[in-house]
Ligand binder design. Structure first.
Ligand code: FE2
Ligand code: FE2
Length: 266
């Protein structure tokens, strides 16, 4: 089976490029399942039921998130009743929402008659990030129960430090189908299949305007670094790209066969 993971969707330009390109990508890569990080989909900060609905209707099956989760208060509605929306697993016990889910996929592209189950796990790093519960310990437990339901498991590891991301990928190698990083908004070129059969990429990049600083207008960010005074960071407009990775997985073993980076303009 083949899945596409889409890196952080930033604002309206990001949502737009997903809507424009996803039908073509689904066909071109014979995709069975699409996951997208939506933490920046509402005006560049956070996510609302409206922006989530737009992303789902563009053809995304599951939305993950990260540290910008709380930027729009309407996210509480998504956390309360949208099973296809995940937040990082390692928030303290009692936090609304869920960090993992198992989703049934009717795969038009495979010979199998019955639907296949795909596990999706969203975890956040702690290095140069707000402190959360230990992602390694919690992910290990979560993967154990996910594996009782399916061997096909995708992990979005939302983290800053490449060391933490690589260590996390190595830690889960052989236990999950793929570990792909998000959060830095910069696509890395280290895609690989680890020895245990887990596809790995330190960061998928971001989906939105790349004539920017990580999706925001350039000048205010420079001013912020020059003056240390707060600035409004509007979402930029130009050179809109969809960033992500296509991962091919052996349905029986859950091991990855291939990982390919995606960077496409409309
Ligand atoms: Fe982001
Ligand atoms: Fe983030």
């Amino acid at each position: 089976m083949k899945l596409l993971f889409i890196g952080d969707i930033v604002g309206r330009p990001g949502r737009h490029v997903v809507r424009e390109l996803l039908p073509k990508l689904r066909e071109q890569h014979a995709l069975d399942f699409v996951i997208a990080n939506g933490e920046n989909s509402a005006g560049g900060s956070g996510i609302t039921p409206e922006t989530a609905a737009e992303i789902f209707s563009a053809g995304v099956d599951v939305i993950t998130s990260g540290d910008h989760l709380w930027d729009q208060k309407e996210v509480m509605d998504l956390l309360a009743d949208e099973k296809r929306f995940l937040r990082p697993l390692n928030y303290p016990p009692g936090t609304p929402g869920q960090g993992a889910g198992v989703f049934e996929v009717q795969t038009p592209n495979s010979k199998a008659q019955s639907p296949i189950s795909v596990g999706v796990l969203n975890v956040q790093g702690r290095t140069f990030m707000p402190p959360l519960e230990n992602p390694f310990l919690l992910a290990r437990e979560e993967v154990k129960w996910l594996r009782e339901l399916t061997k096909i498991i995708f992990v979005d590891f939302h983290a800053e430090a490449t060391s933490e991301k690589i260590a996390f990928g190595r830690f889960l190698d052989g236990q999950v189908s793929a570990v792909v990083g998000t959060h830095t908004h910069v696509q890395t070129a280290d895609e690989q299949i680890l020895p245990g059969g887990t596809a790995y990429l330190s960061d998928a990049g971001f989906t939105g305007p790349h004539e920017s600083v990580l999706g925001r207008e350039i000048e205010p960010v420079i001013q912020r670094f020059l003056t240390a005074m707060p600035q409004r960071f509007e979402v930029a407009k130009d050179r809109v790209l969809l960033h992500g990775a296509v991962i091919e997985i052996d349905g029986a073993s859950g091991k990855a066969i291939k990982i390919q980076r995606v960077a496409e303009a409309v």
